[in-house]
Design a protein around this ligand. Structure first.
Ligand code: BG6
Length: 477
């Protein structure tokens, strides 16, 4: 097999709220992640009304990256990272979200973090909004229910673009913006858009409105960023779980096609600058009465992204029911079925390495822009041995199988992949469950689900394996 490009951005990823902790340090305001409790392996986190006495909020301390990042970045450098993806916690910079001036202490923190990365020639890859909206925007404005939140977001984007214009080249606007296509799940609308659906409301319409404001906000941010530094590479970011038809029955194929359209209209708009034809008709037919202006549509055209970032963990499958409407309307919380051809992780995620090659080709055919795998990994229970080793062969296997498929897509199919930043560089607080025990990292952090633990860091077996993968530019897996 031919080699991967020499400048391939090998690295690892995290998000601010899942590692930093220090939730009320340096002037930081509360974010949506700060009002979510911890859940067990198979239930959802609760969203509380502000921070409540007697509740445990795992993101408040997370793994203390805020204080320990110099040592952590040193470990990333030891693994050979060429890039490190993290996010800027919006509420460190604009604690309430609606201020006009940024918080200098918050800005200074990311100066220190990015300088530390650059010291080791590690390129920061920075997400602007990774499930971290200031909580005040939720309580005062209803998050992205409000058009005003577009302005708050772009003000934040402009402040950080200006501040880090010589330190950060790679940006992503909204993390997994398309999670909320599963509009009946409380977690997705809250973390994507700061929204909790009220009784009697049409959650699907609420999602389409919020999603519209977000793609407009993203398009504005792209234009602002390119003015500040024309060399910026600003991407969109979607959760890429392809939806396969359960069988070759034509109705199943149509259902799966609609599912893909419903999950990826966000990137359709962000990459192509316009709404797909099926969606404008669908929104009208369903009488969603959305606030979408001609000026917005012009904005979308001007603010298309430079590349598409995506996460890949699993694939989905769907089947048509006997009573489909003419739109094959997709409701993700009801319409998925089990794919019996692929195994499942301990958390029920369908592990499907070939789905990554499929996805890379699908995106390449559809979008014709470079793509960046900014998350891929497996959440698993790790055992810290008495000698502080962690033998995480299952993680090595998962990553190896996926990298193999990525290489096939690049080398045999010619897909332009910018880099690979698996999830996660170091153990994190799981976004959906709040658990520490759902571990993803190459580096083990001694912290438990209840917040106990020394926070000491240990290299897992996957650390050394990945170090060798990077060293050989993916030749030796
Ligand atoms: C993605 C998110 O959904 O997947 C991350 O961008 C998240 O924030 C990751 O941690 C894994 O999901 P989870 O719920 O297992 O943490």
């Amino acid at each position: 097999m031919t080699e991967l490009p020499k400048n391939f951005l090998w690295g690892g990823a995290v998000a601010a709220h899942q590692v930093e902790g220090a939730y009320n340090v340096g002037g930081k305001g509360l974010s949506v992640a700060d009002v979510m409790t911890a859940a067990g392996s198979h239930d959802e986190r609760r969203i509380t009304d502000g921070v409540q006495e007697g509740e445990f909020y795992p993101n408040h301390e997370a793994v203390d990256f805020y204080h320990q990042f110099p040592e952590d970045v040193k470990l990333f450098a030891e693994m050979g990272f060429k890039s490190f993806r993290t996010s800027i916690a919006w509420s460190r910079i604009f604690p309430q979200g609606d201020e006009t001036e940024p918080n200098e202490e918050g800005l200074a923190f990311y100066d220190r973090l990015f300088d530390e990365c650059l010291k080791y020639n590690i390129e920061p890859v920075v997400t602007l909004s990774h499930f971290e909206m200031p909580y005040h925007l939720v309580t005062e404005y209803g998050g992205f229910r409000s058009r005003k939140t577009i302005t708050f977001f772009t003000r934040f984007a402009e402040a950080v673009f200006n501040r880090y214009k010589d330190k950060v080249k790679y940006w992503l606007t909204f993390n997994e913006i398309n999670n909320q296509s599963n509009y009946n799940r409380e977690f997705t609308l809250f973390t994507n858009s700061g929204i909790q659906v009220k009784p009697g409301e049409n959650a699907e319409a609420v999602m389409y409105q919020a999603g519209h404001y977000e793609v407009v906000a993203s398009a504005r941010a792209v234009q602002i960023g390119h003015k500040i530094n024309p060399d910026f590479q600003i991407g969109a970011m979607v959760a890429f779980s392809p939806v396969y038809p359960a069988t070759d029955k034509p109705a199943d194929v149509l259902k799966a096609q609609r599912a893909m359209q419903a999950r990826f209209w966000f990137s359709d708009v962000q990459v192509e600058g316009e709404y797909p034809s099926w969606l404008t008709r669908y929104q009208k037919a369903k009488q969603f009465n959305l606030d979408i202006t001609p000026e917005d549509l012009a904005e979308l055209k001007k603010g298309t992204v430079d590349y598409l970032g995506f996460s890949y963990y699993m694939s989905f499958a769907t089947a048509a029911s006997d009573h489909e409407d003419k739109y094959y309307s997709y409701n993700e919380s009801e319409d998925l079925v089990t794919n019996t051809y692929v195994p499942r992780s301990d958390w029920g995620w369908q592990v499907d390495p070939e789905g990554l090659r499929y996805g890379l080709n699908w995106m390449n055919d559809r979008y014709h822009v470079p793509v960046f795998i900014v998350e891929n990994g497996i959440g698993a229970i790790d055992k810290l041995e008495a000698d502080h080793q962690v033998h995480d062969q299952y993680r090595i296997k998962y990553l190896r199988d996926h990298i193999e498929q990525m290489k096939l897509a690049i080398v045999e199919d010619g897909v332009d992949v910018m880099g690979y930043t698996p999830w996660s560089a170091i153990d994190i607080v799981s976004a959906s469950t709040g658990q520490l025990s759902k571990r993803y990292g190459f580096i083990y952090v001694d912290r438990n689900d209840d917040g106990s633990g020394s926070l000491a860091r240990y290299r897992k077996d996957s650390f050394y394996w990945y170090q060798h993968v990077i060293e050989t530019n993916g030749d030796d897996l």
